[in-house]
Design a protein. Structure first.
Length: 394
């Protein structure tokens, strides 16, 4: 659970001490990038639709100092292991693992002709990996901010998010939408952002209430299918767009009149139905969160999960178990709604829970999951946090 989660100050203090030990000099820059959780609006971003993410109070931190060379050295303290790698060229490397992200980001700046300066960096991430909480967007955006801070130039947050998204496409091979990099770059404290992925216009949705809590439950299921399944969904949406002769699924308000064109294509019809209905739900949920109508927000979250399970087929038994178990709990557990979050095929669910009941709910669901599956689930309370930033080194 979350009470023992070190706060950024503690995390940064330790990181700076470790930096001095690893590189035998003091860090001059500190970048901090949050994870994100999407409240609703899944697989809509690459369809020009709506998403509603918030940044969370789990961070990736990067401490760095210029090294007077043209080399970028990254050391990561991930999962109790330390791994390191150097980058002195910006060509994609097949099967590179996590270094694809920094390499892709640095390549983006090099292509823009911006004056990169080599640096040594130490990374410490408290964002669970493979949990659907955007640990990869966090390393991309932290690398971007560091390249800018050390190099002495600056992109605006949207442009930075787009550069990071391009890095993920070209260097990690994941055809993601803009949501994750956008959320990590642009989110505001105590709020979610309703982003219109067609125009990149966004609206802040206040989450300033002591009545509710956001409970994230990581199923610890990491399906190999995640990447191939994601790419397949994207290409199915492209097929549907072609078949319907439109420019994106955003143009559709309902399936009415389209049944004929998609008649022999039950799978495509269901994919399209998810995207259309999820866009409606996301806008309605933004209104419900804004007016603190928790019941309605929760109802839409449950509906979203059903749609992802039945129409988009990106859930799995473990995620369904978590959502269904919460839905069936008596009202004293205070659960308004729950749904899987992120790319799917494993990862986490997010639940909207009454603040005074969240502790008991968290303990109950962890126990129920342990009894049903061989692995345990990791639950924690997430608070809506600010975006990635560079902080002064004390
Ligand atoms: C991943 C992608 C996002 C988005 C979600 C699904 O997190 O990186 O762009 O498509 O899946 O909503």
């Amino acid at each position: 659970m979350s009470s023992g989660e070190p706060q950024p100050n503690d995390q940064s203090r330790r990181l700076l001490e470790d930096f001095s030990e690893v590189f035998q000099c003091r860090a001059t820059h500190l970048a901090l990038a949050p994870g994100r959780v999407n409240l609703i609006g899944e697989h809509t971003d690459y369809n020009d639709g709506f998403v509603l993410p918030m940044a969370i109070d789990r961070h990736l931190m990067m401490a760095a100092a210029p090294n007077q060379t043209n080399t970028f050295n990254f050391v990561s303290k991930a999962q109790k292991e330390t791994t390191s790698a150097a980058i002195n060229d910006f060509e994609p490397r097949p099967q590179e693992g996590w270094m694809a992200y920094p390499r892709g980001v640095l390549a983006g700046y090099a292509e823009k002709g911006l004056p990169l300066t080599g640096f040594d960096a130490l990374i410490d991430s408290r964002i669970p990996l493979g949990a659907g909480l955007s640990s990869s967007a966090a390393i991309e955006v932290a690398t971007a901010l560091m390249a800018e801070a050390v190099g002495g130039f600056h992109l605006d947050p949207l442009e930075r998010a787009q550069l990071c998204q391009a890095a993920e496409h070209r260097f990690a091979g994941v055809p993601c939408g803009i949501m994750d990099q956008f959320a990590v770059s642009c989110c505001l404290p105590k709020a979610a952002l309703l982003l219109d992925c067609q125009t990149n216009a966004f609206e802040s949705i206040s989450l300033q209430s002591n009545d509710i809590a956001f409970l994230i439950i990581d199923s610890n299921v990491k399906h190999a299918l995640a990447e191939s399944g994601y790419a397949e969904r994207r290409s199915q949406c492209r097929d549907a767009v072609e078949r319907l002769g439109i420019s994106s699924l955003r143009e559709l308000d309902s399936l009415e009149g389209l049944e004929e064109k998609l008649r022999s294509e039950d799978t495509l019809r269901r994919r399209v139905r998810h995207v259309i209905s999820e866009n409606h739900r996301t806008q309605a949920a933004a209104d419900a969160f804004q007016s603190q109508d928790w019941r309605e927000a929760g109802r839409l979250m449950y509906e979203s999960h059903e749609s992802m399970r039945n129409d988009y087929e990106i859930s799995c038994p473990e995620l369904d178990f978590l959502v269904t178990s919460l839905k069936e709990l008596p009202s004293r557990f205070g659960v308004f709604g729950a749904r899987m979050t992120g790319g799917g095929f494993g990862g986490s669910i997010i639940a909207l829970v009454r603040a005074d009941a969240v502790q008991a709910t968290m303990e109950w669901i962890e126990k129920a999951y342990r009894q049903a599956f061989p692995q345990s689930a990791d639950a924690f309370i997430a608070r809506p946090s600010g975006s990635a930033r560079v902080e002064p080194v004390p």
